[in-house]
Every structure is written in structure tokens, then in C-alpha cells.
Design a protein around this ligand. Structure first.
Ligand code: ADP
Length: 773
């Protein structure tokens, strides 16, 4: 009923935390009692005060527990939790997503809640945005946990596997969500329990909950393994593409998402290849390579999309502007870029398995989260995670002044306005943070400011720790800092510098001015950038500069409105222009929501099948299921081998062969399903519902999965010679990947420019070569 009502009046379904005021007030009354306890007394009191929530959240913490947590925080990290923080802690301990503005102290809230769960005997993962924050927060909060008898640790990209195992056994683990995800994935492919790092998915406290649970929920973590195959050679295609003339031989579309050969371009290539017809089936391989090489040269840019470090390609996650470690593009494109940079082509890989962030999070027994903006996605949190979301108000009134956005007809006019605004404010010493949409744009603004002799610190998010330092100083008198969306996440901007030495002088200039260049694809991201200013009752200002040429407007605003801007732009007033921008953002948000639902639906079918396979795999690994299965298929062969060695040796061999077959087959099945999924939109043309069709086909394709595995395994066992026994599976020609890495792909069916480019190429190929569509 409440949900219905909320929807009817257009507000998201948010939860009220008013009921926790009482516990917080009671905790205050118990403070003198808690303050008098010694450290050992606090541990005892904490245990006693915990109403044994068992394996589930949902129990309200007691006033005694809050009083103990508060006293411990004071003693160990020298911060006295505010009532608002205790309230938020109650909300987390009872299984909610909590909205708290930037600077209100969510790090401490997360730690208090983690301690609360930990005291109740739960294993807690505090999931943060990156390695740097995970490590920083774990170290910062360590005395709090240890004083309560809880162990704590952190995991990052460079943590080795034995340390991971050990850290996962601690009470509280700080880690980026992707690290836990990759551990889950890698564990699936272990051939013995000893090789697993085994993260226990009990309680997750998700920082930046809306970004992780909603925006990134559908991006798959993809685990790939090396294959002994040789990579495709792109040198020829690369050389051909280098000779092409941009104005004649290929065309780039307006939004820089696709590039395609023109007829003269095709003619030239066909001549250079000795007069072939590239559309003939025997030449399609070359055509595909040429297209990929063209993408590598035209659409993928060094230092924007990737860096070249130590003769290897390091991808930059452009949405976040940071280097994505151990990531690759799908093979063809990766090899084409290596050819472009004249690097050695690395060995290709095969996708072993994938896991969406959403599936990972749903695997936790208890899931809670916090962020500056969760109420706006309350409905999705309820729908996908059964999670209630609510807001904890600011401790001090908000004194920030948000100016209405200004819309410009083109980028030049906008840049001028931004530069002028920076100059005026900079003169008075007001610290300025310019938020841009991309690394390229931040460099453009910096260059324009340099022309008027304003030196800006540019953050392009290539190094989290370095950024944290720069962002921490962004509130100093006269500082000008330019950032992209995610840079310096989780770091507080204090007026007058990190120690607030110069606070009052900076406050007198008006506090931090946030200048936003272009709107983000969601209102939440806009709000997060604005939230950098005016923290904890400080003064502050925000200004937003939009250009009608911004991607957000151009890709999302309805065509007739774009046409209106084009024709009558200079006659439209700011309100009319602003409404178009707002509408474009709402459309972008809607597209993302629908996409989330769609992807979720497709993934569910795969997830169910994966669960079945993993359960079976576990029985093979632990219970000797493989031996029993194969006895029914190749009994004589097994006896022969057992006579030649021993029952144990054969059982182990049979187990390893079966595991290999299972993994191989799952990887094939997954590739097959993704092909089906890519082509599923064709079903819509035939009048069928693509989702239903996908479920139907996925089910059909899975039928007989295990029977097929054992047929493969039996065939391999049949070929084993007695002298190959006891040496593992390698002499049989079965290789396990020697290295694993992750692919950079986006779960977004509309995709980033690269995905779109790849899809366009696929469509074009299908239509030209296969004559369909
Ligand atoms: P958020 O993540 O909500 O933006 P942080 O956790 O980064 O906020 O905290 C903002 C700043 O406030 C930090 O510098 C932190 O040390 C400080 N802080 C948080 N809670 C308290 C407290 N109870 N007393 C004093 N300072 C606090």
C-alpha cells in the first residue's frame, strides 16, 4: 500500500528510520555507564548487549550496544559518533540501505555497524570503491575493531592468494567488490579445496551502494584463462589500415561511435589484396580483421582508452577514468590494438565464467549499504535486493547555495563561461572544484585556464592514492582542481586543507565552489558532485554549465527537441532549454533502469544453470561422483588402469578429467548462450518475445549437459595409457589456464561506443555477408 501510494505521488518508496531515535536516546542515557568500563569490560558488555541476531539481520541493536560502540570509538580513534551516525548504524544493523550526505561520516558508520555484526559472530565484508579506500579504512578503523576483540584486514588487487585466504578468515574484511567477485570466480575453477581462498558471503556493507548495486550491478566480472593457441596476427590488416585516408576511405559517425569503410575504401583494399572480393566467404576473416584494425586506429585512443606501459596495453576504464588492472578487450580488438602499437601479440584467452555484481551481492546472507544518494533508487533496491532504503538527515543545516543550471548552445560558449566563473572566484581565493565528464574534457578545461595563467590540478584518476591527496587539498585557499566522475572518491574535501587550519579564511570566501561541466547520466551523480561542497554545515556554492552539444543531450533528447534547439536555439529561454536537458537525463535514467531489468532477466536463466553445474562440480571434487559415473560407462578400462596403478590414483585422474570436462563445457555453453543472446533480437522480428525465447532456448541447450560431460570424460579415459598414470592431466593434452585475467566489457546492451561499434560491425557483417536483417 505504501509502495503504491509512493509511486502514485511520484516519490520513491523510502523507509523511515524514526523508530531508532528512541534507541539512540536510550544509548545516551547509558553513556556514563559505558564510559566507566575498562577495555575488557567493554568487550564483555558488547557481547552481553548483543541480542544474538543469529544468522539474520533485522534485530534492533540495544541501547547498551550503541553506548559501548560509541565509547570504543571515542577511545580508539578519537571520534565521538554523532547521534545521526548511531541512527544510521541502527539502520544498517537492521538490514537497510542508508542515505547520508557527503561528509557526514559514513566511514565511521560502516565500521560501527561492522563491529555490531562482528560482535554477534557474523563475518563482515565492507565493500568499498577501490583498493586504496579498502586499505585506508581498514587501517583507520583497526583499533576500534581490535579493542572489541575483532580481527580486521583488507584485500586489494595485489594481495596474493595465501594472504587472501588468511584475510577472509578475519571477522571484518575491507575489499573492493570486484576483488571479492574475482575470488568467487577463481574459486569455482579450483581443483582442490586447498587452492580456494573461500570468501564467506555472510554480511556485506556496501559503500557507495547506489553506484555498486544499481549502476554497476549488471557489469559482469569476466574471468578468462589463457589458451595455448596462438593469437591472430593483425600485422597485415594493421598495415593496410595505416594507408587509408580518413576523408576518402572510411567514415566516422557523428557521435564517434562507429567507423565504416566507404566504397572507395573497400575498392582500394580489394585492389591491395590482389583483386579479391572481400565479401566472399573465404575473405570474411580478413574483412573482420580490417574492421577491428580500423576501430583500433580510429576509435580507440592511446592515453584516453589505454596506456602503453612496459610494452603492454593497460586499459583505462573511461567511465571511471582509471586503469583497470588485469583487464583486456575481447581478443580480436586487443590484438588489433597490440598491432597498432607494434607490441608483441599476447596469447588469446577463453572466457571461463562470468559473475554480475548483482549476483555476487545477492549471494550474501545479509546485504546492507550506504551512500549519499540511495533514496532515488529505493524502488530498484527493493525490487532487486529486497532492501529498504531511507535517509538520515544532516547533523547541521545545509548552507550550500545551488545556482540553477545554465544551458549553452555550444561547447565554446560554455567553456568561456566556465573559465570566467573560475577566474572571478579564484581572484577572491575561493577554492574551486571543476567536475567534468571525461579525462579529455578535464584536459581541455585545464588548457583554457592555463591560458589565463590559472594553474589547475587535473585529476584523471590514474592513481587512487595520489588523487586522495590532491582531493584532500582541494579545499585550500585559492586551489583549483579539475576532476572526472569518480576521481578521489571517498576522500573528504575540508575547507582550509585537511587539517582545516585555514578554515575560517576559506569559509569567508564562500567555501568550496563546485563547477559542474555537463550533466551526468543520472541526477544522483550530479548530486554527489554538488555534495562535495557544503559539508557539515560549511558554506559553499554550486554552478552547472550544460551545452546542448553534450553527449547526454544529443543521445537522449527526443529528435524533435534537438531539432527545435538547432533551429530556434537562440530564441529559447533558459527554462525551456533546461527542461530539455532535464528530460534528456530522465530518459537516460529510464534507459538504464530498463536495461537493468532486461539484463537481470537474461542473467537469471544462466545463473540457475550455473548453480546446478557448480553443485555438481562440488560433488565431483569431494564425493567421488566421477568414478561412479564412469564405472557405468567404461568399467573395463577403469579396472585395467586400477590394476596398473591403484584405486586412488585412478579415482584422482578420473576426478581431474571430469572437472576439466565440466569447466570446458561450461565455458563453451556460456559462449553459446551469449551468441544466442546477441542474436535474440532477431526473434523479435519473427514476432516472438526475445526474453521468453531466450529462456526457452537456454533450457533446451542445457538439456543433457552432464551426460555430455561424461561422454567427453569417458572418451578421454578410454585413451589413457597405463604409463601416463600419476602425472596429472597434462600428459593427456588437457591444459588448465596458466593465467587468468578479466575482460573489459560492459553489460550495457546499448553499450559504450566500443560495444556499439563492435555491434554495428556485426550487424553490417551479417547484412552484407549473410544477407539477413
Ligand atoms: P562520508 O563518507 O560520509 O562523506 P567520511 O566518512 O569521509 O564521510 O567522513 C567525513 C569526515 O568527518 C572525516 O574526515 C571524518 O574523520 C570526520 N568524522 C566523521 N565522523 C566524525 C565524528 N563523529 N567526529 C568527528 N569527526 C568525524
Amino acid at each position: 500500500m505504501r509502495k503504491w501510494l509512493a509511486r502514485a505521488i511520484g516519490a520513491p518508496a523510502s523507509t523511515s528510520f524514526g523508530r531508532f531515535f528512541r534507541i539512540v536516546a536510550d544509548a545516551k542515557a547509558r553513556q556514563t555507564w559505558a564510559d566507566r568500563l575498562d577495555d575488557a569490560g567493554l568487550i564483555l558488555a558488547a557481547r552481553r548487549a548483543t541480542t544474538a541476531p543469529g544468522r539474520r539481520a533485522g534485530h534492533e541493536p540495544t541501547a547498551d550496544l550503541l553506548a559501548v560502540l560509541r565509547a570504543t570509538a571515542q577511545r580508539t580513534i578519537g571520534q565521538d559518533p554523532f547521534d545521526e551516525q548511531l541512527l544510521a548504524c541502527c539502520a544498517l544493523l537492521t538490514g537497510h540501505a542508508v542515505e547520508m550526505d557527503t561528509g557526514e561520516g559514513k566511514t565511521l558508520v560502516g565500521a560501527l555497524a561492522a563491529a555490531g555484526f562482528g560482535i554477534a559472530g557474523r563475518r563482515v565484508h565492507v565493500l568499498s570503491a577501490n583498493d586504496y579506500l579498502a586499505q585506508r579504512d581498514a587501517e583507520w578503523m583497526r583499533p576500534l575493531f581490535e579493542s572489541l576483540g575483532l580481527s580486521v584486514g583488507s584485500i586489494g588487487q595485489h594481495t596474493d592468494s595465501s594472504t587472501r585466504y588468511e584475510v577472509y578468515r578475519r571477522d571484518v574484511v575491507y575489499a573492493p567488490v570486484s576483488e571479492v567477485g574475482y575470488d568467487v570466480l577463481r574459486d569455482r575453477f579450483a581443483t582442490s579445496d586447498a587452492d580456494r581462498v573461500r570468501p564467506e558471503l555472510d554480511v556485506a556493507i556496501v559503500d557507495e551502494a547506489d553506484a555498486v548495486m544499481v549502476d554497476e550491478a549488471m557489469s559482469p566480472l569476466v574471468l578468462a584463462g589463457s589458451t595455448p593457441d596462438l593469437a591472430e596476427d593483425f600485422t597485415h590488416a594493421d598495415a593496410l589500415v595505416r594507408e587509408l585516408d580518413p576523408d576518402v576511405h572510411f567514415a566516422i559517425d557523428a557521435d564517434h561511435a562507429t567507423v565504416s569503410l566507404t566504397d572507395p575504401g573497400l575498392d582500394l583494399l580489394e585492389r591491395q589484396l590482389g583483386g579479391v572480393n572481400l565479401y566472399e566467404i573465404e575473405h570474411t576473416g580478413m574483412l573482420t580483421k580490417i574492421n577491428l584494425a580500423l576501430h583500433a586506429h580510429v576509435l580507440v585512443q592511446r592515453d584516453i582508452d589505454y596506456l602503453v606501459v612496459d610494452d603492454t596495453i593497460k586499459l583505462i576504464n573511461t567511465a571511471r577514468g582509471r586503469v583497470a588492472h588485469q583487464q583486456r578487450w575481447p581478443d580480436g580488438l586487443h590484438a588489433a590494438i597490440e598491432a597498432k602499437e607494434q607490441l608483441l601479440v599476447s596469447s588469446p584467452g577463453t572466457i571461463l565464467d562470468t559473475l554480475t555484481v548483482q549476483d555476487l551481492l545477492r549471494g550474501y546472507a545479509t546485504l546492507v549499504g550506504m551512500s549519499g544518494t540511495v533514496v532515488a533508487v529505493a524502488e530498484e533496491l527493493a525490487e532487486f535486493y529486497s532492501l529498504g532504503a531511507g535517509r538520515v538527515e544532516r547533523r547541521l543545516p545545509n548552507k550550500r547555495l545551488d545556482h540553477p543550471q545554465r544551458v549553452f548552445l555550444d561547447d565554446h560558449a560554455r567553456l568561456d563561461a566556465v573559465v570566467n566563473a573560475v577566474r572571478d572566484r579564484h581572484r577572491a581565493g575561493q577554492p574551486i572544484l571543476v567536475g567534468t565528464q571525461s579525462v579529455a574534457e578535464s584536459e581541455k578545461v585545464a588548457a583554457a585556464l592555463a591560458e589565463i595563467s590559472i594553474e589547475a590540478q587535473v585529476l584523471n584518476a590514474r592513481n587512487d592514492a595520489h588523487e586522495a591527496v590532491v582531493i584532500a587539498n582541494a579545499g585550500e585557499f585559492g586551489a583549483v582542481t579539475i576532476s572526472t566522475q569518480m576521481s578521489g572518491r571517498g576522500t573528504d574535501i575540508r575547507l582550509g586543507g585537511p587539517d582545516e587550519r585555514d578554515h575560517d579564511r576559506v569559509a569567508a570566501t564562500g567555501g568550496l565552489a563546485v563547477l559542474q561541466v555537463g550533466r551526468y547520466p543520472s541526477g544522483r551523480l550530479d548530486a554527489q558532485l554538488r555534495g562535495r561542497s557544503g559539508r557539515q554545515g560549511d558554506p559553499g556554492t554550486t554552478l552547472t554549465f550544460v551545452s546542448a552539444t553534450d553527449d547526454l543531450v544529443q543521445t537522449n533528447a527526443p529528435t524533435h527537441l534537438l531539432e527545435k534547439i538547432r533551429r530556434y536555439g537562440d530564441q529559447l529561454d533558459q527554462n525551456a532549454l533546461g527542461r530539455i536537458v532535464d528530460q534528456a537525463q530522465r530518459i537516460a535514467e529510464g534507459i538504464r533502469r530498463d536495461r537493468h531489468r532486461d539484463t537481470w532477466d537474461f542473467n537469471r536463466a544462466i545463473a540457475r544453470q550455473r548453480d546446478t553445474v557448480l553443485a555438481h562440480r562440488d560433488s565431483v571434487m569431494r564425493d567421488g561422483l566421477a568414478r561412479a559415473e564412469l564405472t557405468g560407462r567404461v568399467p573395463e578400462k577403469l579396472e585395467e588402469l586400477e590394476t596398473a596403478s591403484s584405486v586412488e590414483t585412478v579415482a584422482e585422474l578420473v576426478r581431474d578429467i571430469t572437472l576439466w570436462c565440466l569447466d570446458e563445457q561450461w565455458s563453451d555453453h556460456l559462449a553459446h548462450l551469449s551468441e544466442i543472446r546477441d542474436g535474440i533480437h532477431l526473434q523479435a522480428l519473427a514476432g516472438l518475445n526475445p526474453r521468453d525465447e531466450f529462456h526457452r532456448i537456454a533450457l533446451r541447450e542445457f538439456h543433457g549437459f552432464f551426460a555430455e560431460t561424461y561422454v567427453r570424460a569417458a572418451a578421454i579415459v578410454e585413451d589413457v595409457a597405463p604409463d601416463q598414470l600419476g602425472q596429472g592431466i597434462t600428459p593427456l593434452g588437457l591444459h588448465r589456464p596458466s593465467a587468468t585475467w578479466t575482460y573489459m566489457i560492459s553489460g550495457n546492451p546499448l553499450g559504450n561506443p566500443m560495444d556499439r561499434a563492435a555491434r554495428e560491425a556485426g550487424k553490417w557483417w551479417r547484412s552484407r555477408v549473410l544477407n539477413i536483417e
